[in-house]
Design a protein around this ligand. Structure first.
Ligand SMILES: NC(=O)c1ccc[n+]([C@@H]2O[C@H](COP(=O)([O-])OP(=O)(O)OC[C@H]3O[C@@H](n4cnc5c(N)ncnc54)[C@H](OP(=O)(O)O)[C@@H]3O)[C@@H](O)[C@H]2O)c1
Length: 225
């Protein structure tokens, strides 16, 4: 059997790049998912040793030869707060879920560890962020349903707060945020552990959870949402 395979959805995101820059990823065979031919070309020149597959391909690369597979979903459907574009957003999300389904179908009983990058707002959202937060929460459920159909596969998720390139003395809020390479390291440890888990990441996330608990207490006492 071949060495382990790492599949990345959203390899062009800052987080995807941080995962790819980690020494662990350099020891894996790589399968990167591109959304367009232009993205496929640019990823192929950036990561020459990786296989770059187009999200819409009918013919999926052979995955049975790998002893275990990790699927790192750095991007899935909606990845930042935005104005609703219902039909486009559903199409992008369906495309991404189909890719994961194809990976799971292409495996042959070997262990598959799927890691979904959600957001702390999936559990703490305020009125203004509900569209993005709702998608993240919905995808946590959709992914659980999808991965749950395959006994050889496990699903983990991380719920980070704000991510930052680096912490800066000149920007105190960045000290509450999580650097991309720190989150990439945490995600890799979760995938390596081969145990399903879900974790809130970052000091800002913990503070948001605390604020959410206060708001919920207020709602319980006043019946106002
Ligand atoms: N940044 C944060 O503070 C933060 C906080 C919590 C959670 N997260 C989550 O962390 C993950 C990574 O975020 P990030 O900050 O690293 O992203 P990012 O650097 O802002 O990613 C931007 C890149 O991702 C591409 N992209 C957008 N949607 C995509 C999709 N569905 N599939 C593949 N590529 C896509 C964009 O391409 P185009 O411009 O061509 O569309 C662009 O090249 C996301 O899942 C995000 O929801 C981020």
């Amino acid at each position: 059997m071949d060495t382990d395979l790492l599949v990345i959805l959203g390899p062009r995101t800052s987080l995807g790049q941080a995962v790819l820059a980690n020494g662990w990823a350099k020891t894996k065979q790589l399968l990167l998912i591109a959304r367009t031919i232009e993205e496929q070309d640019s990823l192929s020149s950036l990561y020459p040793r990786a296989t770059v597959a187009l999200a819409s391909v009918a013919q999926w690369p052979e995955l049975k030869k790998y002893s275990s597979v990790a699927v790192c979903c750095c991007a899935l459907g909606i990845i930042h707060p935005k104005e609703p574009e219902w039909e486009n957003d559903i199409a992008a999300t369906s495309r991404d879920l189909r890719i994961i389904e194809q990976v799971l179908e292409s495996c042959d009983g070997q262990s598959v560890d799927v890691l979904f990058v959600s957001s702390v707002v999936a559990v703490t959202s305020k009125r203004s962020g509900r569209y993005y937060a709702g998608w993240k929460r919905l995808l946590e459920g959709a992914m659980a349903g999808l991965v749950g159909r395959y006994p050889n596969a496990k699903l983990s998720a991380v719920n980070p707060g704000r991510l930052t390139e680096r912490r800066l003395v000149s920007s105190p809020q960045t000290w509450l945020q999580t650097p991309y390479d720190t989150l990439a390291g945490i995600m890799i440890r979760i995938m390596e552990s081969k145990r399903a888990t879900q974790r809130v990441i970052g000091i800002d996330s913990r503070l948001l959870l605390l604020a959410r608990a206060v708001r919920l207490t207020f709602s319980a006492l006043t019946a106002r949402v």
